[in-house]
Design a protein around this ligand. Structure first.
Ligand code: ADP
Length: 356
């Protein structure tokens, strides 16, 4: 067995508080070359960055979309580092009034990056301010009140907006159209996940064997954030219950104790599947009904649970609701022939992302 020796790769100061938030910052790749996986996206991004740098221009506006934890925020920071630009972080729900956005925009300097997380949650009045800002780099303000109110147009420096969203379909068409480059992030494959776990272990200085790495990667549902969280918990387990080295056995024991199954499903995933199967005969059943019957937020189910179950082929989204597939039945240890028949293809299939 080969034990990976810790190295000194440590992007920020070692005295960093060893809580999970601090660790999260430590674990974030800083440059494109350190960012594992998403190869096609990285190729496209590299061209975009090199071309803009070659012309000494700010980058075009960029939108990343995909399930949470795949690296959208990290990539925004990476882009800023590669461009040598300042980055300012905000999020759709944090910008309540159009004046809040106007204040942020008027403080930007040429080449700055404005990262807007959850960009689909911007309110309409805020979006109205963003359109001309992104398109023409101007800020339209109304000064004064009543009959004396005047429209004033201020010039803004050329900045780059980077948006991130888990729900592309909820973004308005005009806002989507303002982003010159739109990239979808996919779940990571096993090899990329192993590299991410290995890099995390090096930074955390945890000794880990290849098989231990593979086991954590396998159960992390193709999501770096999950992989790094599992790695920290398995590290705790290895420290308390054995000699601190993450072997295959310690990884399996720790993950079993956390009730993460061999495909990476956790308690919530299984509750969703069981509810569809046991309470609704396998479906079809609507998302809100599922959410109500297990007392969970429908947003959590839609953003976190469903994308992975769909990817595994355990769930189908139809116009009449969610259906559990024979694969899901088998995984739950139930006879697959009890699964509902596959859905008839709908004549006008709805965009699966658009319907809750
Ligand atoms: P999102 O914004 O898509 O929810 P984040 O960018 O916050 O995801 O990433 C979640 C965590 O996963 C962060 O700790 C980040 O360091 C890590 N991470 C994401 N993508 C990668 C990657 N490709 N390589 C290594 N770590 C990654």
């Amino acid at each position: 067995m080969t034990i990976q020796k810790p190295t000194t790769e440590r992007p920020i100061a070692p005295q960093q508080q060893a809580d999970d938030v601090g660790l999260d910052t430590m674990l974030r790749p800083q440059r494109l070359a350190q960012f594992t996986g998403q190869e096609r996206l990285k190729d496209n991004l590299r061209i975009l960055i090199d071309a803009a740098r070659g012309r000494s221009e700010p980058l075009d506006h960029v939108l990343f979309h995909g399930p949470p934890g795949l690296g959208k925020t990290t990539l925004a920071q990476v882009v800023a580092n590669e461009m040598g630009a300042n980055i300012r972080h905000t999020a759709g729900p944090a910008i309540e009034h159009s004046g809040d956005l106007a204040a942020i925009l008027s403080n930007l300097r040429t080449g700055d990056i404005l990262f807007i997380d959850e960009v689909h949650r911007l309110s309409r009045p805020v979006e109205e301010i963003l359109y001309p800002a992104m398109e023409d780099f101007v800020l339209d303000l109304i000064v004064g009140k009543g009959p004396g109110a005047k429209n004033v147009r201020l010039k803004l420096p050329r900045f780059t907006a980077i948006g991130a969203t888990t729900r592309l379909a909820l973004m308005t068409a005009p806002l989507r159209a303002r982003f010159g480059a739109v990239y979808r992030m996919d779940f990571y494959d096993q090899a990329a996940m192993e590299t991410i776990v290995g890099r995390g272990a090096r930074i955390l200085e945890v000794p880990i064997v290849q098989d231990g790495m593979a086991e954590i990667a396998r159960r992390a549902r193709g999501t770096p954030r999950v992989a790094l969280r599992l790695l920290r918990r398995v590290r705790d387990y290895a420290q308390v219950r054995s000699d601190g080295v993450i072997t295959h056995e310690t990884a399996v024991a720790a993950l079993d104790l956390m009730e993460i199954d061999r495909l990476g499903l956790d308690d919530l995933d299984r509750r969703v599947l069981r509810t569809i199967v046991e309470k609704f005969g396998g479906g079809p059943v609507g998302l809100e009904t599922i959410a109500a019957s297990i007392s969970e937020e429908s947003d959590t189910i839609m953003d976190v649970v469903e994308p992975y179950l769909l990817q595994l082929g355990f769930l189908e989204r139809t116009s009449r609701g969610r259906i559990a597939t024979p694969h899901a039945y088998r995984h739950l240890g139930l006879p697959a022939d009890r699964a509902p028949r596959p859905a008839q293809p709908a004549l006008f299939a709805p965009d699966p992302e658009s319907e809750p």
